[in-house]
Ligand binder design. Structure first.
Ligand SMILES: [Zn+2]
Length: 83
């Protein structure tokens, strides 16, 4: 689990249902991580381990998802003349 039971807002997160920004909170419940939109009531279970690929393709991303994507897409700028 990545979060505790206290709800936290995710800066810049966009709700996939109502498209409102900064309305998504994340929290842990019964050992699982959830994100919830405080505006429209959208709730989604967050499964980082099992669904990394699916999460990467989503339009809206949490800060954790952004970090993981950066790590995946980060290639060292070496061998600039190697083509
Ligand atoms: Zn919403």
């Amino acid at each position: 689990m990545a979060f505790d039971s206290k709800r936290r807002f995710i800066a810049g997160a966009v709700c996939p249902r109502c498209s409102e920004m900064d309305k998504i909170v994340v929290y842990e419940k019964e050992g699982k991580d959830y994100r919830e939109c405080v505006r429209c009531g959208f709730v989604d279970e967050m499964r980082f381990q099992q669904q990394v690929r699916e999460l990467e393709t989503r339009v809206n991303k949490t800060e954790e998802e952004k970090k993981s994507e950066v790590q995946v897409l980060q290639f060292p700028p070496l061998k600039s003349g190697d083509k």
